[in-house]
Design a protein around this ligand. Sequence first.
Ligand code: HEM
Length: 615
Amino acid sequence: TGYHPAYSVFFGGAHRNAYYRPQFQQQTAPVVNTFDGSNAIFGNGIGSPPRLAAQQVPSALDPSGMGCGTPPATCTNSRYRSFDGSCNNLRNPVWGTPNTRYGRLLPPNYGDGISLPTRARSGNPLPLSRTVSLIMYPDINLEDPIFTLNAMQYGQIVTHDMSMIAGSTQAQPHSTMCCSASGQLLELANIPEHCFPIVLPESDPIAQQTNQRCQNFVRTITDRDRNCVAQNQPAEQLTAVNAFLDLSIVYGNNDQTAQSLRQFQGGLMTVDVRNGQTWPPRNMNSSGVCAIQDINEACYMAGDTRVNQNPQLTLLQVVLLREHNRLANALAQINSHWDDETLFQEARKINIAQHQYITYYEWLPIYIGFGNSLKNRIIYQTSDFVNDYDDTVDPSILNEHATAAFRFFHSLIQGNLDLVTEERNSYGTLRLSDWFNRPQIIEERNNFDDLSRGLNTQPQDASDQFHTSEITQFLFRAGQQFGQDLKAFDVQRNRDHGLASYNEVRQFCGLPRANSFNDFLDVMSSKNVEQLARLYESPEDVDLTVGGSLEQLVPGTLAGPTFLCILTEQFYRYSFLEISYVCYHKTISNRLFIIVLFTCMSSSLLNLKIQGDSK
Ligand code: HEM
């Protein structure tokens, strides 16, 4: 099959329903020093209060009052899923809800065993994340030979539906500032809590041209911050959105957001109409959440706060929003007796089902391979109804997945977005960093249609270690000469979350444990192994994010063996959480079935939707 033999052992037979629960190990604390978050409250692991039940009461230690997931009072017998994902699992109603913990395949590897960012085994600091980014992830433009930018962009949609680190804005500057206004490191005593700033090395091109030596980085909120963890128990990061593949990016993650987005008429979502087209409603805090240059510029509100982050992401969010209203209108035609609530919920249900179908049957096989997906029973080749729902599966998104493996696909991002005519001629491009958090551009001229066609014709960037400088030098630059570095973020976040090392996870996934850097040669080029040996003190120290991203790809997939193992495990677990797809659901009316079946079976569904909607 071309897959590492370990997969069939690991994912096959008796292991099918066995999944890993976090098992925490205590470690002794090495001496810690500056700029590694040791001044943050996370550092004071010893002596923290005893474990408390999930709470929603503001306190000095948890001013948010959000706790670590609040179980609902009761689960009502509803035909429709909740917005926060509660009661999806009736035995464990809080599973998968916002503010709950990420899951883990392997115990964490914190610098102090409790919460400080990872350090080398020797106790020394790891190489600067920015240095790792500059050396290992240069900008070399190789394109994917088969798949278009839509494969990348739908990936970000899936990501945003699955998880979002708590406490992050992921767009606008964070209110916590870890560097001075001029981009210098602060005195240790002046660094605010939760800071883990990214240090730019002297040789850094940004440092050389601007004198900047520090970029903001705020640690993810954990269960320790919210005061809901046992004494001396290692921290676990919290996710701010529900884990389910339920289009919460469109509908929101709680009742309040969902209500604020609805029109309460005809089952429709609220839209603004401009130039004969529908757009998401305006965000009332546009100057706070978008990088707008004029108060009249569009800045949208949606179920997910990241909606404005980049033009192609916003475009797909608009498509999914319009699809809801298209479905609601179609259902209203067929069922004139349905009230607003029924139309809304039924349209939402079909929209989600289509999204799940696209994700599992069209998008996921591109990333993790069709054969791999079938073999591991993540998808099925049958036209029959499949009920493999398993209420023992914990839907928590794995930290190794969200913080390392899935972020590998930042490699697929293109720095320039093609504008393509109806005749499929590319007549121009948008520079990505000109339009972070400035969605107005998709409403200009014929851009919505032209960008849609670009998504479906422009190749995505190749899945490799090379990254466009639009995200490694110019991320969120908001009109400035330079911006931030997404790959440095990814490496830094790996350490912030204390992920198990590359070597640990590699072994967990069935590859031999490396005793020397040269043992990485089984899956990496000699050049990469040499560079790792220059950067890190020991093969034990290599960050999962880094090691996994340097592996040669498993044929027919977009990932190397270690990341493929994590991704497969995540999507395997995920596939048990829903009762199949509406395409195969026999209880819906015949007429609807035909519409849905047609929609679901279309292999170029997104293509049709985008062009249909934009005309
Ligand atoms: C232009 C496109 C994209 C941009 C600008 C972007 C930017 C970002 C940023 C700023 C973060 C937060 C970094 C941090 O603070 O740690 C992030 C997180 C992440 N990104 Fe992307 N990203 C893009 C596309 C993608 C794609 C295509 C994928 C996967 C297919 C992806 C997967 C992830 C994941 C898994 C996370 C962590 C989610 C979490 O919070 O749990 N991203 N991205």
